[in-house]
Design a binder for this molecule. Structure first.
Ligand code: CA
Length: 225
């Protein structure tokens, strides 16, 4: 059974979210603050965490940061902020997606399903090799030389999407549609943030990327070496 942890201090929100998730057949655990959320996430190892940013004590961004230090559980952040600075920061910390409050529960369910789907193996046993870089789709693992790179589910999907079409230039809009899905309502800065994050992990010198190249005025391409 798929287990989802909802970390939210407002009962009116968490009750609705829990009800909709349970109706979809998910097992739902609730945490009312950041400390409890972090403890439960590490203890129960849920398949996904729905994490509010505005929490008493440890806020959602800090929970996300600490969670990412030890595990790759998919995270969807909830933000009440009118500006998306915090949400973008959340993506930078490794969150997979975010939703702006107020949101419709069916929309959240759709995002949950999309994130869980992306977390599953892409299928087949395809492995791509680019010099010292080895990308294994079935194990969702990336090796650079002897180092295993610690990518989030979304970073892996982005890398796989681009590296399976080496040399092809993708616009941010194309990447948003191809990696996040056509029904995704986010903006293209989501792509920019993930590319930057991926470069920091992938590239030996992120300021002069060897693989993940910027094509000025167009977008990005993965260059095979
Ligand atoms: Ca809150």
């Amino acid at each position: 059974m798929t287990r989802i942890l909802v970390v939210e201090d407002e009962p009116t929100v968490s009750d609705v979210v829990a009800r909709y998730l349970r109706r979809e057949g998910y097992q739902v655990d609730l945490a009312g603050d950041g400390e409890e959320g972090l403890r439960m996430a590490l203890q129960y190892q849920p398949d996904l965490v729905v994490l509010d940013i505005m929490l008493p004590g440890l806020d959602g961004l800090e929970v996300c940061r600490q969670l990412r230090a030890t595990c790759q559980t998919p995270v969807i952040m909830l933000t009440a902020k009118v500006d998306d600075g915090d949400a973008i920061l959340g993506l930078g910390l490794g969150a997979d997606d975010y939703m702006r409050k107020p949101f419709s529960p069916p929309e959240l369910i759709a995002r949950v399903k999309a994130v869980l789907r992306r977390g599953q193996p892409i299928g087949g046993t395809a492995t791509l090799n680019f010099g010292e870089l080895r990308i294994d789709a079935s194990g969702r693992a990336v090796l650079r030389g002897d180092d295993r790179l610690d990518l989030t589910a979304k970073e892996f999907d982005l890398l796989w999407h681009m590296s399976s079409h080496p040399g092809q230039v993708f616009s941010r809009e194309q990447l948003l549609a191809g990696v996040w899905g056509y029904d995704y309502l986010g903006d293209t800065s989501t792509v920019t943030v993930h590319v930057r994050r991926l470069r920091e992990k992938l590239e030996r010198d992120p300021s002069t990327p060897a693989w993940l190249k910027t094509v000025w005025g167009v977008g990005y391409k993965f260059e095979a070496r």
